[in-house]
Design a protein around this ligand. Structure first.
Ligand code: PLP
Length: 493
C-alpha cells in the first residue's frame, strides 16, 4: 500500500495516462464505422407530444444498442453507486466510463448532423490534460500572467475575426449561454444602471433561448423580452423593431438591448446585421450579436460576406465548441469595450488584495466565475499547431457541403426546402408533420446519419447541421441519399 495514494509515482502516472491514451485513440479510430446515432436512451416523452415552451425539440429515440452492450438500467445503477471506502481497479473503472460513453448520442462521429455537433479536436483535449495536471490559476492575471495573456491573445484574435476594433477584449466562457448572459448583464448595466424594471430588449422568435434565460437570470421580467416579427426568410424585420422600440419608449419603457443572430440554431439564419447596427446606433441601444454557431465562418470569404455587420456589435458570442470544433465547454464573449463588461461584473474583495493587476485582464471581474479552468490553451494549441488556414479550409468545406446537400435534396419532389442555407444548416420537411416525423425516425434508424427536428413557423422541420470536422463529402452524400429515398417511400405510402 502506498503511503500517499493520492499522489501516484512516476510509473503509476505513466500507467494511468497510457490506459486512457489507448482507449481514446481506439475511440477516435472506430468513429467512422460506429452507429451514427449512438445508443440512444429511451424517450422521456411520448412521440409527437406537445413541447412546453422553451423545451428543446427532437425526435423520441429508441434504445438501439449493439448486441452485447450492457443493460442500460444496470449501467445507470452502477453509475449512481457511491464511492467505496477503498479504491478499485483502474481497468474496471475505465470500462464503466467507456460503457457510459457508449450509451449516448454519438456526438463526435462523422454522421452526427443533429442539434449542433461537437466533434472535439484531439489537440484541444491534449491541451486540457496538460493544463489540468499543471493546474495554474487564471481567475486573476497576476498568478499566471503569460497563461492569462495566452487566453487574452485568442480572445482578441476572435474579436478581430468578428471585426471589432483595437480596444476589444473579452474572455473564454464555458459556452454560448454564459457568454450571452454576461453580454446581457453588461448591456443592462450600461443601459439601465440599477433600476432595471422598465428595461426592454428585442430579438426574434428564432434567437437562442439562452437570451431569454439570461434576461430572467439578470432580474428582468419575462415582459422585458420583446419578440420582433420576422420576414419569410426568418430574419428580423428591422422596421418592426424600430416601431416596437418607439412604442415602448412612448409607453415609458426603457429599451436597452438589440439582439441579432449571426446564424440561428434552427436554420442558420442571419439577421440583417448592418441594419440592426444602424438601428442600435440611432436608438442608442447595445447591439449584441449571437454568433455562437455562425461566428467562426467569418474566417471564410463567403462567411465574411454573409455575416457582414457583426463588426457593428458591442458584444459578440462565439462557441469554439461548435464551429471551431473544440470539445464542449468552450465558449467566448468578445466585446468592443471591456471596461463596460468589467463595470457590470466587478465587485471589490479583500481576499485578492495581494494581486496587482497585470497586462492581461482579471477574468474574475468579467464574468460570474472566480476560480475557473485554464481555457486559453485548449483553443490556442489547436490554432497554433494546425494554423488558421486549416480551420478556414474546414469551414469552407462545411459551406460547400451544405450547398451540395441543399442542391441534392431540392431534386427530391417529396421534400420541401424553404430556405437556402446561409451557413451550414440545411432545413427540410415533408408536406405534413406526421410525414416529417416519420422521415426523422426512418433516417435515424439507418445508423449512418443522425438528424434532429425543430419547429419553424409552426411546422416540424428537420435539419442537417453540418459542423463536425469529421463530416466530409462521402458522409454528407450518403446522408442525402438516405434522406431522399426515405422521403420518396414515405410520400408514396
Ligand atoms: C448553441 C447556441 C447557444 C448556447 O450555447 P451553449 O454553448 O450551448 O451554452 C447560444 N446561441 C446560439 C445561436 C447557439 O447556437
Amino acid at each position: 500500500m502506498d503511503e500517499y495514494p493520492l499522489e501516484p509515482g512516476r510509473d503509476e502516472m505513466h500507467r494511468l495516462v497510457d490506459a486512457v491514451r489507448d482507449r481514446v485513440v481506439d475511440f477516435v479510430c472506430a468513429l467512422p464505422d460506429a452507429p451514427a446515432t449512438g445508443v440512444r436512451p429511451p424517450p422521456t416523452r411520448p412521440a409527437g407530444a406537445a413541447l412546453e415552451p422553451g423545451k428543446p425539440s427532437g425526435s423520441a429515440g429508441t434504445p438501439s444498442g449493439p448486441a452485447g452492450a450492457p443493460d442500460p438500467a444496470a449501467l445507470i445503477d452502477r453509475a449512481l453507486a457511491a464511492p467505496p471506502e477503498h479504491g478499485g481497479d483502474l481497468a474496471e473503472l475505465l470500462d464503466l466510463v467507456e460503457a457510459a460513453t457508449g450509451y449516448a448520442f454519438e456526438t463526435a462521429g462523422p454522421g452526427y448532423f443533429a442539434y449542433i455537433p461537437g466533434g472535439g479536436l484531439f489537440a484541444s483535449a491534449v491541451a486540457d490534460l496538460y493544463t489540468r495536471v499543471t493546474n495554474r490559476y487564471v481567475g486573476m492575471s497576476n498568478p499566471a500572467p503569460a497563461l492569462a495573456a495566452l487566453e487574452h491573445g485568442v480572445v482578441r484574435w476572435l474579436g478581430e475575426v468578428c471585426g471589432l476594433g483595437e480596444g476589444r477584449g473579452g474572455l473564454l466562457t464555458s459556452g454560448g449561454s454564459m457568454a450571452n448572459f454576461s453580454a446581457l448583464v453588461a448591456a443592462r448595466h450600461v443601459g439601465l444602471g440599477e433600476h432595471i424594471a422598465d428595461g426592454t430588449l428585442y430579438l426574434t422568435r428564432y434567437a437562442h433561448q439562452s437570451m431569454a434565460k439570461a434576461a430572467r437570470l439578470a432580474g428582468l421580467p419575462a415582459s422585458a423580452v420583446r419578440v420582433v416579427p420576422h420576414d419569410d426568410q426568418l430574419r428580423m424585420r428591422v422596421a418592426a423593431a424600430a416601431e416596437m422600440i418607439a412604442a415602448d419608449r412612448a409607453a415609458g419603457r426603457r429599451p436597452f438591448l438589440l439582439v441579432g443572430s449571426a446564424g440561428t440554431t434552427d436554420t442558420g439564419t442571419v439577421d440583417p446585421l448592418p441594419a440592426l447596427g444602424e438601428l442600435a446606433a440611432r436608438e442608442r441601444l447595445w447591439l449584441h450579436v449571437d454568433a455562437a454557431y455562425g461566428g467562426p465562418f467569418r474566417l471564410t470569404e463567403r462567411g465574411r460576406a454573409r455575416l457582414a455587420g457583426t463588426e457593428l456589435a458591442d458584444s459578440v458570442t462565439l462557441d469554439p465548441h461548435k464551429t471551431l470544433f473544440l470539445p464542449f465547454g468552450s465558449g467566448a464573449l468578445v466585446v468592443r469595450d471591456p471596461a463596460a463588461l468589467r463595470a457590470a461584473h466587478e465587485v471589490g474583495t479583500y481576499v485578492l488584495q495581494d494581486l496587482d493587476p497585470h497586462d492581461a485582464p482579471d477574468y474574475a471581474h468579467l464574468s460570474p466565475e472566480l476560480s475557473r479552468d485554464v481555457r486559453g490553451v485548449r483553443l490556442w494549441l489547436p490554432l497554433h499547431l494546425h494554423g488558421v488556414a486549416a480551420f478556414r479550409d474546414a469551414l469552407d468545406e462545411k459551406l460547400d457541403l451544405a450547398e451540395m446537400a441543399y442542391r441534392t435534396l431540392c431534386e427530391e419532389p417529396a421534400l420541401e426546402l424553404p430556405w437556402r442555407p446561409e451557413l451550414s444548416i440545411v432545413a427540410f420537411r415533408m408536406r405534413d408533420d406526421a410525414s416529417s416525423r416519420r422521415l426523422l425516425d426512418t433516417v435515424n434508424a439507418s445508423g449512418r446519419v443522425f438528424v434532429s427536428s425543430t419547429t419553424v413557423d409552426g411546422r416540424c422541420t428537420l435539419r442537417l447541421c453540418i459542423v463536425s470536422h469529421r463530416s466530409h463529402a462521402d458522409r454528407v452524400g450518403e446522408a442525402c441519399e438516405i434522406i431522399a429515398s426515405a422521403a420518396r417511400r414515405i410520400a408514396a405510402d
